[in-house]
Design a protein around this ligand. Structure first.
Ligand SMILES: NC(=O)c1ccc[n+]([C@@H]2O[C@H](COP(=O)([O-])OP(=O)(O)OC[C@H]3O[C@@H](n4cnc5c(N)ncnc54)[C@H](O)[C@@H]3O)[C@@H](O)[C@H]2O)c1
Length: 263
């Protein structure tokens, strides 16, 4: 039986996280070969353990902030004949990761330039460097697509009061980086248009990941659907974007946010 992603070889960054690991599982189920990458650590280890022995799965350590690593990994996968036709810029620093467990989240006035720039380096410059490597190695040689990942807080401001008393907040650099991501998408869409390369942005809404009942209630009031998303509900749309069925789309921002952005 034909599967949605037969013939697709998908390169994904930050694949060990909540959404990334869901995408990898669903993409493998749909017949794709998946080149999975992430920083070394417990997320990567869990992902490798989950797909050990699957011939359609490969894992590489990759820090998207490193130009050298990006160039090297692309060379390695292509030398092995795993030429990706879908690239997914999924890696990101979230506020929680930025500060580290237990470290108090700074107010805006106390935000350091170093923390702000570190977030941009991964979330935005990293996505640029992956896209640039794709341009150098793939675009124009065979049809391909890039999927950039933004957020419901890319083009909408954060609702700061819902974070009152929570152990995490919405970090200024996060929204800035995610707005920039869509700028990269629309810039590249025209630049690649004549070379059989498409590029779109997916903007997920709030995804449930063990949040407290109180946080779910607060954020649920902002969402038409009245609740947070399950990772598989974002993956449903991601699989479509990674499939040949999205071939006539380029330069688009696809909100998968339960209606958050439509009020
Ligand atoms: N979960 C949500 O509610 C939500 C909502 C909107 C957008 N998003 C976006 O979806 C994507 C995936 O989010 P998630 O919820 O799975 O987050 P997550 O924190 O669970 O996973 C992010 C992954 O990125 C990796 N990463 C961080 N820095 C990296 C670097 N320098 N190089 C390579 N990998 C690095 C982490 O190791 C981690 O595995 C992100 O771009 C995020 O901004 C998530």
């Amino acid at each position: 039986m034909t599967k949605q992603l037969d013939g697709r070889t998908i390169f994904i960054t930050g694949s060990g996280g909540v959404l990334g690991s869901t995408y990898v599982r669903r993409m493998l189920d749909q017949g794709a070969r998946v080149i999975s990458t992430d920083l070394p650590g417990h997320r990567a280890d869990a992902l490798k353990a989950a797909h050990e022995g699957n011939d359609n799965f490969r894992f590489y350590d990759l820090d998207v902030g490193s130009e050298e690593q990006i160039t090297e990994i692309f060379q390695r996968v292509m030398a092995d004949g795993w030429n990706p036709n879908v690239i997914l810029n999924n890696a990101a620093i979230t506020g929680e990761m930025l500060m580290g467990a237990g470290k108090p989240f700074p107010d805006f006035a106390d935000t350091t330039v170093a923390d702000f720039e570190r977030t941009l380096r991964t979330n935005l410059t990293g996505a640029f460097m992956i896209a640039r490597q794709m341009d150098r190695d793939i675009v124009g040689k065979y049809p391909c697509t890039l999927i950039n990942v933004a957020s419901m807080y890319a083009l909408n401001g954060a609702h700061h009061p819902i974070y009152d008393g929570m152990p995490f907040k919405n970090f200024s650099a996060y929204g800035v980086s995610k707005a920039g991501i869509h700028g990269l998408t629309v810039w590249l869409a025209g630049y690649w248009a004549k070379r059989q390369a498409t590029v779109n942005t997916i903007a997920p809404g709030a995804v449930f990941n063990g949040h407290s009942d109180e946080f779910q209630r607060r954020v649920g009031e902002l969402i038409m659907a009245g609740r947070m998303a399950q990772p598989d509900e974002i993956a449903d749309v991601m699989l479509f974007l990674a499939s040949p069925q999205s071939g006539y789309m380029t330069g688009q921002l696809i909100n998968v946010d339960g209606g958050f952005s439509a009020w």
